[in-house]
Structures are given as structure tokens and as C-alpha cells.
Design a protein around this ligand. Sequence first.
Ligand SMILES: N[C@@H](CCC(=O)N[C@@H](CS)C(=O)NCC(=O)O)C(=O)O
Length: 216
Amino acid sequence: MTPIITAFENSPDEGRDLARDMRLRWAFEEVGQPYEVRLLSFAAMKAPAHLALHPFGQIPTYQEGDLVLFETGAILLHIAGAHAGLLPADANARARATAWVFAALNTVEPPIVEREAAGYAERDKPWHRERLPMLDARVATRLDQLSARLGGADWLDGAFSAGDLAMVTVLQRLKGSALLDAHANLAGYVARGEARPAYKRAFEAQLEVFRAARRG
Ligand SMILES: N[C@@H](CCC(=O)N[C@@H](CS)C(=O)NCC(=O)O)C(=O)O
């Protein structure tokens, strides 16, 4: 059965890979699993039919027969568990790759998203300028630590895994920022992820949604 995911009909980033359906598209491409995409407007995301699939009214969701999932980490691990290619065969290495998925989404992503959200939701507040250095410092701390761990390796723990896929998509939110550029190894890590053929296919598919919407 072909899994169906949901994605933005009109992505705020105009299809440039930041919407989180990208993680799932990339995972499907890595493991060679065909998938379908159901596009949603913002209004549809908050309507009862979608809230029945996703309690927080967000994208992406995953449907496969009777199974409905939300949260990209859970979906990524579900895809990785069902197909070869994103988790190592060795049980300990598999557990470590899973830990990196959680690290990406629970430890590295929150300060990055908080800083990004402050940029568009709090810009007009009198305290915004004072708060910004603190948000930058929180991100910088995580990047320093991640950079130290990655060192000169290509991937976080041996071969490319679901952990790297999650981490690269999290770090992409900082592309072009001084925070990421301060760590050549992390910038190189993101570039290595984006150079993977599976990533490129997923990126093209996501961008095509934006192009099609523009064509009308
Ligand atoms: N923790 C969730 C976050 C999902 C999320 O933030 N989705 C965004 C798009 S990338 C969204 O739907 N934003 C619109 C909204 O929250 O109303 C996950 O990883 O799946």
C-alpha cells in the first residue's frame, strides 16, 4: 500500500526545503518507497477532518491503510524500521542512530526554531533586541557541541542514517547564517546531506508543488 503524506499547498518557504514534509520525502527516496502527497491549505489544516489525523493541525501526517501517524520523528523511525537503508543492522548502532533522531528534534531543533520564530513573531516587541543575543547563544552552544562531536567525520555515527537525515534537516534552517558558517564541518555536513541523490529527488518534488501552484 502506498503511504500518503500531507504537505502545504502553499509553503511559506516557497518549496525551498524547510517544510517538514521534506524529511519524509527524503526518507522515502533513501529507502526507495513510492509515496503520495495530499496538499492542504492552512484552513484545511485546522478543519476537523485534518485534526482527526493530526491533533495540532499541522503537516506532515502519514497514512498507510489503518495507520495514521503525526510527528516527523515518529514517521521517520517508522519508515526507517520498515525498510533497509536508514538504520544500521547492528542493534547497538541502530539504537544510537535512533538517539540521534531524538537529539536532532528534541535538543538541537528547539533553540533553532525558537530563534527563527522570534525573528517573525516578536520583531516589533520592545524587548526583542535584548532577547536576540540570548537566543543566538543557545543555538551557538548546541552547534559548538555538535561540531565537536562530528569532528572530521562525514556522518554522526558511522554510515549515513535516519539520525543524519533528521539532523541535516534541522541545521538547514540556519543555512546562510553566521551561526552555521562558524562551523565549517557542520556547513559541510549539511552540504553532504543535500548532495545525496535521494535528497535531490525529494527537493525537486517539493519544489514542484510550489512551481505548480504558481502556474495555477
Ligand atoms: N514537531 C512537529 C512539527 C510540525 C510542524 O511544525 N509543522 C509545520 C510545518 S513544517 C506546520 O504545520 N505549521 C503550521 C502550524 O503549526 O499551524 C513535527 O516534527 O512533525
